[in-house]
Design a protein around this ligand. Structure first.
Ligand SMILES: C[S@@+](CC[C@H](N)C(=O)[O-])C[C@H]1O[C@@H](n2cnc3c(N)ncnc32)[C@H](O)[C@@H]1O
Length: 271
C-alpha cells in the first residue's frame, strides 16, 4: 500500500505535537499519593496492631503504589514503573551515605543532557543495532545524491555507518539532546565520512521535503504525528522507516522482521 503525498510548499511544515504534558509533575503527584497511603498504612498498623514497619518497607510500599498509580491513573509510560518503584528506597539509602552534594548535581546534569527528551517528548535513548543498520542500507535509494535523515540520531552510529556505505549519498541526522549530539559531532569530526551531517535541533522543526528516506526509532507516543508530518512534507516515492513502533491505524507498505536477538521490526511507509 502507498500513501498519497501531495507536494508541499517549501515553507509548509507540521506543527509539533502537544503530547507529553508535564510527566515529571505526574511522577511527583504519584509519589506524593504513594507516600500518603504508605505512611497512613504504617501509622494504622502501629496504632491498631502495635506493629512498627521498618522505614525501608514503607518506602518500598510508596514506590509500588506510585508505580501503579503512575501507570493507571496518571497515564505515564510503562518504563516509569521500575523508576517509580526504586526512587523512594534509593533516595533513603543514598541519604544514609555521606555522598557529597556535587555528585548528585553532576549525575543529574549528565542524565539530563543524555535523556533530554525522555520526559517531555516521551522518547528515551536506546540505539539501533548493526543488523538494523545493514537492513537500512539495503533500503537506501539507488540514486546518487539521494538524501537520508535519522530523526533523533542518538550517538550517530546509524548516520556514520550509512554514510560510509553510501559515499554518493548525503546522510544526515538531527538530535536535540546535547550530550549525544556532542559525541556524534566529535565522532564525525574524527572519523568522518565527509557526506555525513550531524545536526543539532528539534526534529519537529526539520522540513522533510528534501529527504528520499527518513528513519525514526522513537517510541509509540510520537508515531502518529511523525507519520502526519512525513505524509505532508515528503515527496511522492519517498520512504519513512520506523524501527519497532508502527503507526496506529495505518497499514505499513511492508514490515521487515530482522534476524537479530530482539527480532527487530522495521515498518516501511512508502508515500
Ligand atoms: C531511541 S533513540 C534512537 C537513536 C538513533 N536514532 C538510533 O537508532 O540509534 C531516540 C533519539 O531521539 C532523540 N529525540 C527525541 N525527541 C527529539 C526531538 N524532538 N528532536 C531531536 N531529537 C529527538 C532522543 O534524544 C534520542 O537520542
Amino acid at each position: 500500500m502507498t500513501f498519497e503525498a501531495p507536494r508541499p510548499p517549501a515553507d509548509r511544515q507540521q506543527a509539533p505535537p502537544t503530547w507529553g504534558r508535564a510527566p515529571l509533575l505526574r511522577v511527583l503527584l504519584a509519589q506524593a499519593v504513594g507516600a500518603f497511603f504508605a505512611f497512613l498504612g504504617a501509622f494504622a498498623a502501629a496504632a491498631w496492631f502495635g506493629l512498627t514497619a521498618p522505614l525501608f518497607v514503607v518506602l518500598v510500599t510508596q514506590g509500588v503504589i506510585a508505580a501503579r498509580l503512575g501507570e493507571r491513573l496518571f497515564r505515564l509510560p510503562r518504563w516509569w514503573i521500575p523508576i517509580q518503584m526504586v526512587m523512594p528506597p534509593a533516595a533513603a539509602l543514598l541519604s544514609g551515605f555521606d555522598v557529597p552534594a556535587w555528585i548528585y548535581l553532576a549525575a543529574f546534569v549528565v542524565l539530563a543532557l543524555v535523556f533530554w527528551n525522555a520526559a517531555g517528548s516521551r522518547v528515551p535513548l536506546y540505539l539501533s543495532n548493526a543488523t538494523t543498520e545493514t537492513a537500512l542500507a539495503t533500503l537506501l535509494p539507488d540514486r546518487p545524491g539521494a538524501r537520508f535523515i535519522d530523526l533523533g540520531h542518538g550517538f550517530g552510529a546509524t548516520v556514520l555507518t550509512l554514510a560510509k556505505v553510501r559515499p554518493d549519498m548525503i546522510v544526515e541526522g538531527i538530535e536535540s539532546a546535547p550530550f549525544p549530539f556532542l559525541v556524534s559531532w566529535i565522532r564525525r569530526l574524527i572519523i568522518g565520512p565527509a557526506n555525513a551531517r550531524i545536526l543539532y535541533g528539534d526534529l519537529w522543526k526539520r522540513g522533510l521535503a528534501p529527504y528520499d528516506m527518513v528513519y525514526v526509532f522513537l517510541s509509540p507516543a510520537p508515531m502518529s504525528a511523525i507519520f502526519e508530518k512525513a505524509k505532508a512534507e515528503m515527496m511522492p516515492g519517498s520512504l519513512l522507516v520506523s524501527n519497532s513502533f508502527a503507526v496506529e491505524g495505518i497499514e505499513p507498505t511492508e514490515t521487515r522482521v530482522l534476524d537479530d536477538g530482539r527480532r527487530t521490526k522495521l515498518y516501511l511507509y512508502r508515500f
